[in-house]
Design a protein around this ligand. Sequence first.
Ligand code: SAM
Length: 328
Amino acid sequence: MPSLLANDSKEKIIVYSNGRKVKRQLKDNEVDKGERGIYNTKNKLNDLTGKEWTFFINSVHMTDFTKNEEEFRLWKYLQESIIETKYTTNGDDSLGHNLRKMHPSPKPPQLMKDLIAFFTKSGGWILDPFMGVGGTLLGASLLENRNAVGIDLEKKYIEIYNKVCKQENLKQQLAICEDSRNILTIEQIKNKIFDLILTDPPYADMLSKRRTGGDRKDKGAFTKDERDLGNVPYEQFFIEFRQIIEKSVSRLKNKGYLVIFCKDMQPTKKHHNMLHADIVNEICKIPNAHFKGYKIWYDKTINLYPYGYPFSYVSNQLHQFILIFCKE
Ligand SMILES: C[S@@+](CC[C@H](N)C(=O)[O-])C[C@H]1O[C@@H](n2cnc3c(N)ncnc32)[C@H](O)[C@@H]1O
């Protein structure tokens, strides 16, 4: 949210965190607080403006004590640090994002490359049983001498991946259109042993549900296929997901790593919805799969919104968990 440019009594130009400027009239319950932003007099929780509220509800609390604190909290600084990203979505470094954006949640190939570089050596084989448009496979091709195999139910995602390889002049890895429940019987990879499983699965029917915090864009499910784990109810999802991962792990070398992306959902009164904790519990039921810890990916391309203002706390989830298991 906002950074102000004009200070007319009732009219203000608001600059959002993505740089969009909107000129609008202040409402009766809104008070112009200058550089601090706009205060809503219905705020019963604190004395913060929408801009200050938005700064706080970022799930990653940023501190930089080398800077003057007031200066740090000014929107301009926040805006710069949020918008700036290592992984741009256009230009030469976007790695085919123009095509990959047809998928609801493509992962940045550069991020996957960093993970593959840590968890494999030259010549290594990587498996992604939920490849989408190929973030993992592209990441493997950005490194010297890595081989990857991806599986996805949806033919159009595999076609997009193949087009991206051609457009970006990257080595085309093996992309298979299949239900990953059948992973052990897929002819092309029968008896293949992998050095790393790196995957970003769908999480039950969360994409098709309207979300409040973190990502308001309701892009719909990945596919309409009932075999899609993204169309399976929450409880059933865990059992089916574990079964697929257990089959995949049977093809992982001893001391090989299993790395899973996961983003929590907003909590409800019924459940905390810390998906990452539920996933760790479930995967630890697989014999030989040991949880080793996690990394947090702070995606600076996600916009901040003043969720909940001025009534209650709602988290703006800008981070995802990268859960790390080892077969031992
Ligand atoms: C979160 S997306 C993966 C995105 C990917 N990381 C990328 O960079 O594009 C999960 C994918 O799993 C696929 N999927 C869901 N259920 C599946 C199943 N049973 N077998 C194979 N793929 C499945 C969906 O079609 C979707 O593309």
